[in-house]
Design a protein around this ligand. Structure first.
Ligand code: SF4
Length: 470
C-alpha cells in the first residue's frame, strides 16, 4: 500500500463527522434499495439480474458488431460518432469543436466518464467555462474536489459545509435549509443553461438498434443540458452499449432500484440525433464521443472483462464495509469502492496502487447486490495474485513471500506443525486477545502487519492432543 493511500485512509478514519456522513448516506441508500426489491414490490428481481448479466455478456462479446450498428444508426439520424482512444483524443475533439464554433460556455450534466478524463479541467485550461449542472457535481466543482461516490458525488458534505461553500464562492447569505440551497444553485445554473453554447452529457446506455443515447436522472438538468444549447456532445465509454431498445426494460428497472431505491428515476431521456426540421426543441448538432481509454485492454481478458458490465449504480459502494469506513477520496481515481478496486488496477496497472485489491474483506456483499452480477471478489483475488507476481518480478515483498513459504512448508509437515503449535502455546500468554501485539516478535516489518490483525491465544492443548487423550 502506498503512503498516500495509507494517509488518506487514516484521515478519513480519524474524522468523526465524515465517518457519520458516509455511514448515514450509504445506510439510507442501502435501506431504500432493500425496500425497492422486496418480493412483493419487485417479484422478478433475481431474474432481472440474471437477464441483465446475460445481455451485458452478449454485448461485450460482440462489441465490434454493436459499435458498428450504433454508429450507423446515429449517422442515419444526422449525428456523428467520434471514436477516441484516450482522454486526450476525446478532449481534443471537444476543444477543436468549441474553437470552430467560437464557444465560450459549456454546461455539463453528471458523467463519470468525463470525470475519468478530467474533461472540465482540460476545458478550463483552454479558457473555456465549464459548469457542472447536477447539484452534487456543482457543489464539488465549487469545492474543487472530485466525486466522493459514483451516484452521489457530494455524499460526504453536510448541509452546513454546503452552506459555507455557497456563501464563500457565490457571495450569497448563509443558508442551511437544503431546499433553499437548491434554489440558490438553480438560479445560478438557469442563467448558465440559457447562455451555454455547448451541452456535454454522459450516457447511461447506448442503444445499438436505434442509435439512442439514454440518460437517467432526477433533477432535469441533463434534459436541459442536452436540449437548450445548440450543440450536444455525449461522452460515453464503449461498454455502455446494449443491443435493443427492449433491453432497456431490464436495465431501467435495475438501475433506479440499485442506485437510490427508486422504481424508476424521475427523468429518462432518449436522444437520437439533432432536432428534425419540424421540431422546436433539441440541438442543431449532435455528437457521440465513444471512449476507449483502456477498455479494449480489458476485453482481452476473458475472466476479468465482466468488469465492463458495470452500470455505475453504486450499490456495491453502499454495501461495502470497507468503502463505508474509508470513503471515496481514499481511492486514487474517480472510481471508488469495490468497482474502483477492480477498475483502477485494470485501467492504470496493478502497480498504480498495489493496496487496492487488498482493500476488501472479501465478504461478498458487492457481488450479492450487483444488478449485473459482476463477480467482484473473484476479480479481486485475481488482481491480488497479479500484484504479488509484479512485486516478485521487481524483487519486492521478499520477506512476506519467505514467511508464506515457511508457513506452507510447515502446513505440509503435520509433525512440525504440531510441534510449532505446542511451542506457540507454551510461549503465548493464555489470558487475552490482543496478545499478539505484545509478543516479542511484534517488531520491524511485522509490526505494521500485526497492527491490524489479531489471533486468539493458542489453546493450552491442541486438537490432536485432545483427540489422542480421549
Ligand atoms: S459493479 Fe455492480 S454494484 Fe457496483 S456500481 Fe457497477 S453495477 Fe453497480
Amino acid at each position: 500500500m502506498s503512503a498516500a493511500f495509507d494517509e488518506k485512509i487514516h484521515e478519513t478514519l480519524t474524522d468523526p463527522k465524515l465517518q457519520l456522513a458516509i455511514y448515514k448516506a450509504t445506510g439510507r441508500l442501502v435501506e431504500e434499495r432493500r425496500k425497492s426489491i422486496e418480493p412483493d414490490v419487485c417479484p422478478d428481481y433475481q431474474e432481472l439480474r440474471t437477464h441483465a448479466h446475460a445481455i451485458k455478456r452478449h454485448t461485450i462479446e460482440h462489441l465490434d458488431h454493436y459499435l458498428e450498428e450504433f454508429t450507423r444508426q446515429v449517422e442515419a439520424h444526422g449525428g456523428q460518432v467520434i471514436f477516441s482512444k484516450d482522454a486526450e483524443e476525446a478532449s481534443d475533439f471537444v476543444l477543436s469543436l468549441a474553437k470552430e464554433r467560437r464557444a465560450h460556455l459549456i454546461v455539463k450534466s453528471k458523467s463519470m466518464t468525463t470525470e475519468e478524463i478530467d474533461l472540465s479541467e482540460r476545458l478550463e485550461h483552454h479558457q473555456l467555462e465549464s459548469v457542472e449542472t447536477d447539484l452534487g457535481e456543482y457543489i464539488i466543482q465549487l469545492a474543487h474536489e472530485r466525486p466522493y461516490h459514483i451516484v452521489a458525488p457530494a455524499l460526504h458534505k453536510t448541509r452546513e459545509q454546503v452552506a459555507d461553500l455557497l456563501t464563500e464562492r457565490l457571495g450569497v447569505p448563509r443558508e442551511t435549509v437544503i431546499e433553499k440551497q437548491t434554489m440558490i444553485a438553480r438560479a445560478v445554473l438557469r442563467e448558465k443553461f440559457l447562455a451555454a453554447d455547448i451541452g456535454i452529457s454522459g450516457a447511461n446506455f447506448l442503444v445499438a438498434d436505434s442509435g439512442t443515447v439514454v440518460i437517467v436522472e432526477n433533477e432535469g438538468n441533463a434534459r436541459l443540458t442536452t436540449s437548450a444549447p445548440r450543440i450536444h456532445i455525449a461522452v460515453a465509454g464503449i461498454e455502455k452499449l446494449i443491443p435493443r431498445a427492449q433491453d432497456l426494460a431490464v436495465f431501467l428497472k435495475l438501475l433506479g432500484r440499485s442506485a437510490t431505491g427508486q422504481r424508476l428515476t424521475v427523468y429518462t431521456s432518449f436522444l437520437s440525433g439533432p432536432k428534425r426540421g419540424d421540431e422546436i426543441d433539441g440541438p442543431d448538432e449532435f455528437y457521440v464521443v465513444l471512449l476507449d481509454n483502456g477498455r479494449t485492454k480489458l476485453l482481452a481478458d476473458r475472466g476479468k472483462r465482466q468488469s465492463l458490465y458495470c452500470i455505475r449504480c453504486g450499490a456495491c459502494l453502499n454495501h461495502c464495509p470497507v468503502y463505508r469506513k474509508i470513503g471515496g477520496h481514499s481511492f486514487p481515481w474517480v472510481y471508488s469502492g469495490p468497482i474502483g478496486a477492480i477498475l483502477i488496477p485494470q485501467f492504470l496497472g496493478v502497480r498504480h496502487e498495489p493496496g487496492l485489491p487488498f482493500a476488501s474483506s472479501l465478504c461478498g456483499a458487492c457481488a450479492e447486490v450487483c444488478p449485473v452480477k459482476i463477480d467482484i471478489p473473484r476479480i479481486l483475488l485475481e488482481l491480488r495474485s497479479e500484484v504479488k507476481k509484479a512485486e516478485a518480478r521487481e524483487g519486492a515483498g521478499r520477506l512476506e513471500r519467505l514467511a508464506f513459504r515457511i508457513w506452507a512448508w510447515v502446513m505440509r509437515h503435520p509433525r512440525i506443525y504440531e510441534m510449532a503449535g505446542m511451542a506457540a502455546a507454551s510461549l503465548a500468554p493464555s489470558e487475552s486477545a490482543g496478545w499478539v501485539r505484545h509478543a516479542p516478535f511484534n517488531v520491524g516489518p511485522l509490526r505494521a502487519w500485526l497492527s491490524q490483525r489479531d489471533l486468539p491465544p493458542p489453546a493450552a492443548k491442541s486438537f490432536r492432543q485432545l483427540w489422542r487423550e480421549r
